[in-house]
Ligand binder design. Structure first.
Ligand code: MLT
Length: 412
């Protein structure tokens, strides 16, 4: 059962002269929702009982849309980091009537004792929020490389590591996680996205790849098939540069090997400026028409899902990803060295961000690579054409098994 969502009504005395919910009142509502949630769980006195008072160290609020008197807002609470003496909670407020995202916020707390010194976060709080948080029961939280990452792990067998693109999260692979049978599917939220920690600084392709290597270590996984979509492909290239001997196969989906051009780098900075000014919904507005083949965004459930994914992402993580993509190295030279790594290059045939011709060109530079276009998909085939994408991946994994040498007699 998930941590309870809390519904709170907006009152006129919380609004400004124009009748909009005032930004300062938001802080009160976020706080009330947190206490109410605790009241319905371990009790409002959970901190007092443990002699640990939660002091706010940092607050980040993204205001997405106006709230008005009488609106009922639904607040959801997620624990995105659980350290020894500190924890981070992400909260989302949506208008119940039309599901409009009104605001998202992130609060970093440090627990302090009566003497003003940091003390451990009460176990009960972590247990309540972690144990009851995940709608997806397969999502684990692991602290590796200095960050707490959320990772969905399902199935048994050969491991496939799904690496999502920007500005998305592990749920991009939701269908594949449920339906790609016969293998162990591992889909983390990269740092700064989804439910993973979102530090302010320190984002690069190297850091993402280091996170993934450390995550595989923590899961006890030696060898993997990497499956990276777009920015996930950039991360896969970096992983290959460092841990090539762990890679048994490679899927490059709607991605490219070249670095950003000067114009591309300027566009990253322009999007980062928009993100600072208007929040994550500005990124959703700018990117949605590019991401999907379907032009009718207002009626598409996939578009609604992607918009929710982007809007709920932490702004610090998206800004970090923009900088990491802007500064990534060119990986073209790597392609011709991949002769020993079975590679599938896959792309939506209607991808506007990285057109299918580019996928064909890239595949042409990888010895022995297979290229497949997914009909009717744009930049996000795992969501737009989930069954076709899964079938393609399934066939690719089966082809790897067919190539695997039979076990030596003594090893049977
Ligand atoms: C992605 O989907 O990860 C991004 O569109 C990649 C990019 O902007 O280069």
């Amino acid at each position: 059962m998930p941590v309870p969502a809390i519904d709170l009504t907006v009152y006129p005395d919380e609004c400004d002269a124009f009748g909009h919910l005032n930004q300062a009142s938001f802080l009160t509502l976020f706080e009330r929702a947190r206490w109410e949630m605790l009241a319905r769980g371990p009790g409002m006195d959970v901190f007092t009982r443990a002699g640990a008072w939660p002091a706010v160290r940092k607050t980040v609020v993204d205001y997405h849309a106006a709230g008005f008197p009488g609106d009922v807002l639904r607040f959801t609470q997620t624990l995105t980091h659980h350290g020894r003496t500190s924890f981070t909670m992400r909260q989302t407020a949506r208008r119940l009537r039309d599901d409009t995202l009104i605001a998202t916020a992130e609060f970093v707390f440090v627990c302090i004792g009566r003497d003003g010194k940091p003390v451990p976060v009460p176990d009960e709080v972590g247990r309540f929020m972690n144990a009851r948080n995940g709608p997806p029961g397969d999502v684990h939280r692991l602290t590796v490389n200095g960050v707490n990452l959320a990772v969905d792990v399902r199935g048994e067998g050969r491991c496939i590591l799904f690496i999502h693109g920007y500005p998305l999260d592990r749920t991009l692979w939701q269908y594949q996680l449920s339906h790609l049978d016969g293998c162990r599917r591992i889909a983390p939220d990269l740092r700064g996205m989804g439910l993973s920690d979102a530090p302010d600084l320190g984002y690069s392709m190297t850091t993402y790849a280091q996170d993934l290597a450390a995550l595989l270590d923590a899961l006890g996984v030696d060898d993997v098939v990497l499956c990276g979509l777009s920015m996930g492909g950039y991360v896969a290239f970096e992983f290959l540069r460092r841990w090539r001997s762990r890679v048994r196969g490679l899927v490059l989906m709607d991605t490219r090997a070249e670095a950003d051009t000067a114009e591309g780098r300027r566009a990253r900075d322009a999007q980062a400026a928009q993100l600072r000014e208007r929040g994550t919904s500005a990124v959703a507005d700018a990117m949605l028409p590019q991401l999907l083949a379907d032009a009718d965004l207002s009626h598409s459930p996939v578009a609604a899902r992607v918009r929710r994914m982007i809007s709920a992402a932490p702004a610090a993580g998206l800004a970090g990803a923009l900088a990491a993509m802007r500064d990534r190295p060119d990986s073209t030279d790597l392609l011709e060295t991949l002769e020993d790594i079975p590679t599938l290059v896959a792309s939506g045939d209607r991808d506007r961000i990285i057109p299918a011709d580019r996928a064909r060109e890239m595949a042409g530079l990888i010895p022995g690579a297979r290229v497949e276009l997914i009909a009717g998909a744009g930049h996000l085939p795992p969501l737009e054409r989930p069954a076709e994408t899964t079938a393609l991946l399934s066939g690719f994994l089966a082809s790897l098994d067919a190539k695997r040498p039979p076990p030596a007699a003594g090893a049977r």
